[in-house]
Design a binder for this molecule. Structure first.
Ligand code: ADP
Ligand code: MG
Length: 288
């Protein structure tokens, strides 16, 4: 026979934007003491618009920065890429061809365009390569900034803005009422991460996080006796989702993340996790 809990979990999940892959995930959800959210597309809408394009190199105009970047972003599905392509289409620019496209996991994209090596990368990548971030890059805390390297020289940057999902605040209120700590781990820059964390009243955040560091964050929390749930959407998130006590892949994510996860959050909506936890608690309180 199908245990009652499994039957209930299937019913609640189907109606609430959740796919439960691991049968015990529903039972385990009531034990969660810390939730680690990714930012882009989960706590925020992941709907980026380009706000500024800046050249920092005499040989390249801001239009040229955008045009060369667009060749790479056309081959990427990242929400940042979607925002950049939207801008290029508004500007009616012709997107150049590319060769040797490569996604640098959790850090950006690279390819050869018109004989030049182009990279569009995160602030974490610049830090690793010991390239100084231009002072004016973070003039607006709400912006996400990606950096454009041409033949390994910093040529400029593109700033984009995203919005916090209205459902995030509602979900976080429920987590707090249930004594669940809420943290955020993002590849995005420190200033933007802090702005989102402050706005939502999170218990803490990790910024400019590289893929392997997400696993360390989970392990560290577990060593402090926390029962950890984590969300993620990319190939790079799969190891952390596997390490978490409850791994949650968000909707638009890749198959690899989904295969590792216990739960799939179909609409990427944090409120669906809140409902799952509340329902799990209510069900078990009745049964015991
Ligand atoms: P997050 O979901 O927190 O943005 P990701 O691991 O998806 O984290 O990406 C980490 C960072 O790598 C992004 O914040 C961005 O700076 C950079 N990045 C990833 N993909 C792209 C891309 N296609 N174009 C530009 N930057 C990218
Ligand atoms: Mg991501």
């Amino acid at each position: 026979a199908i245990p009652l809990v499994v039957a209930i979990s299937t019913a609640v999940s189907a109606q609430n934007g959740l796919l439960i892959r691991n049968r015990t995930a529903f039972e385990e959800s009531r034990k969660i003491s810390v939730l680690v959210f990714d930012k882009t597309g989960t706590l925020t809408k992941g709907d980026f618009g380009v706000t500024r394009i800046k050249s920092v190199h005499v040989d390249y105009s801001s239009d040229e920065i955008l045009r060369l970047s667009s060749a790479l972003e056309q081959s990427s599905e990242h929400p940042i890429a979607v925002g950049i392509i939207k801008k290029v289409k508004e500007e009616k620019m012709t997107i150049p061809n590319l060769e040797n496209f490569n996604a640098i996991t959790g850090k950006g994209v690279e390819a050869i365009v018109e004989g030049k090596q182009i990279k569009v990368v995160s602030p974490g990548y610049l830090r690793d390569e010991k390239i100084t971030i231009p002072k004016d890059a973070y003039s607006d805390a709400a912006e996400t900034v990606v950096f454009v390297l041409i033949d390994d020289q910093l040529a400029g940057y593109i700033a984009l803005a995203d919005e916090i999902r209205p459902e995030s605040a509602k979900a976080i209120k429920i987590f707090k009422e249930n004594n669940i700590k809420v943290l955020m781990a993002t590849g995005d820059n420190e200033i933007t991460a802090k702005a989102v964390s402050d706005n939502l009243g999170l218990d803490g955040y990790f910024a400019e996080v590289l893929p392997h560091q997400k696993v360390e964050i989970v392990k560290d929390l577990q060593s402090k006796n926390e029962f950890v749930a984590m969300t993620g959407d990319g190939v790079n998130d799969a190891p952390a989702l596997a390490q978490a006590n409850v791994g949650i892949a968000v909707g638009s994510g890749t198959d690899v993340a989904a295969e590792t996860a216990d739960i799939i959050l179909v609409n990427s909506n944090p409120q669906d996790i809140a409902n799952l936890i509340l329902f799990g608690k209510a069900t078990y309180n009745k049964m015991i």
